[in-house]
Design a protein around this ligand. Structure first.
Ligand code: TXA
Ligand code: MG
Length: 339
């Protein structure tokens, strides 16, 4: 579909899925309340979980926000366009629907030429949550979008698989010190190179569901990223992890279950042939991040009942990978040691 047609659809209240460098987003005109209501309906998204608003020009943030903290200017200069979402106090031109009644707004400038061109040609900021049905793994290809949303949206712009594979990092600048509410494509280590102080909200590293009262980022309290299969994450010393997965696989296969194993290049040879997939090498977690959601969807299309996933170190992109895996498992986590 030509970009101009997609842009006109957005401008006139339609819903268009489009690629970003992280995952595909489902876009709607952020300043049109009716379009936003349609966006929530198409995704079956809970009405208390606001989408991220996407812009193509840094200048656009001034009309959407009240106040730009000093840190923000530096962050935008260094990390935009890119996988970093910033939370600001919102201005009065932003409809309540777009922010679910909150006094804050999540904004990012994506690093994908199709996304940037679409925003620019639409002439409006684009609200875009990930283009999956609520609760499912995020889509990293147009095929994934169609699996979930065919018949529910107006169009999808297909530009092949996405590069990063996990969503943007969400950083709240309305609190002091600034807090990471969702780890993602911009690592904590990178943020620390330019920020005096930045902390992780406790939900980022949670190993069990957090109480609703503790949750400031609304999306954090909902079930997320979940494949149809039951997912179990096994964490700890690598040798012990492999041993534990072998034992569990044996047990579940013995009881007639279809088992999938999510391994890494270093360990894939340790398992017998069942539904075996490698995320990539432990020494390059960028590949694992890129593959994660695609592999979860592949297990589902093979009709696997149980996925046994190896944990990876929570460094760099590993923090986002572990956050997604733990949430996808509904916090079914097995620790092989006392760590
Ligand atoms: O990479 C991404 O961020 C992708 C692409 C499409 O840009 N988008 C994405 O959107 O992941 P979504 O809607 O699936 O996730 C948005 C996250 C949710 O966790 C939501 O709760 C949080 O951002 N969020 C949105 N507005 C917020 C606000 N005002 N305060 C705190 N958290 C907010
Ligand atoms: Mg999402």
């Amino acid at each position: 579909m030509p970009q101009d047609v997609a842009a006109a659809l957005i401008r006139n209240g339609g819903l268009v899925a489009f690629p970003t460098e992280t995952v595909y987003g489902l876009g709607a005109n952020a300043l049109n309340p009716k379009a936003i209501r349609a966006l929530f309906a198409a995704k079956k998204r809970p009405l208390d979980n606001p989408p991220i608003v996407h812009i193509s020009d840094i200048g656009d943030i001034y009309k959407l926000t009240k106040r730009i903290p000093h840190d923000a200017k530096k962050l935008m200069k260094i990390f935009w366009p890119g996988p970093l979402t910033l939370i600001f106090e919102r201005s009065s031109i932003v409809p309540d629907e777009t922010v679910c009644g909150l006094s804050t707004i999540a904004i990012r400038m994506p690093r994908h030429k199709v996304a940037l061109a679409l925003i620019e040609k639409s002439g409006c900021p684009i609200a875009a949550p990930s283009a999956n049905l609520a609760g499912k793994p995020s889509p990293t290809s147009a095929t994934h979008v169609m699996e979930d949303l065919e018949g529910r949206i107006d169009a999808v712009l297909d530009a092949g698989p996405t590069r990063v594979g996990v969503e943007s990092t969400v950083l709240d600048l309305t609190v002091d010190p600034p807090e990471v509410l969702r780890p993602g494509g911009t690592s904590l280590e990178k943020l620390k190179t330019v920020m005096k102080q930045v902390v992780l909200n406790p939900v980022v590293t949670a190993e069990k569901p957090v109480s609703f009262k503790q949750v400031r980022s609304p999306g954090l309290k909902h079930r997320h990223y979940a494949p149809k299969a039951k997912l179990i994450v096994v964490e700890g010393d690598l040798e012990a992890v492999v041993k534990q997965i072998v034992e569990l696989a044996h047990r579940y296969i013995g009881s007639g279950r279809e088992v999938g194993i999510l391994a890494t290049d270093e360990t894939v040879g340790e398992y017998a042939a069942c539904n075996l997939k490698s995320m990539g090498s432990r020494s390059n977690l960028a590949t694992a991040a890129r593959n994660l959601f695609k592999l979860l969807r592949e297990f589902d299309s093979k009709g696997v009942d149980i996925i046994l996933a190896e944990g990876v170190p929570s460094k760099g992109l590993g923090l986002a990978i572990m956050n997604r895996l733990r949430k996808a498992s509904g916090y079914t986590i097995i620790k092989t040691d006392n760590s």
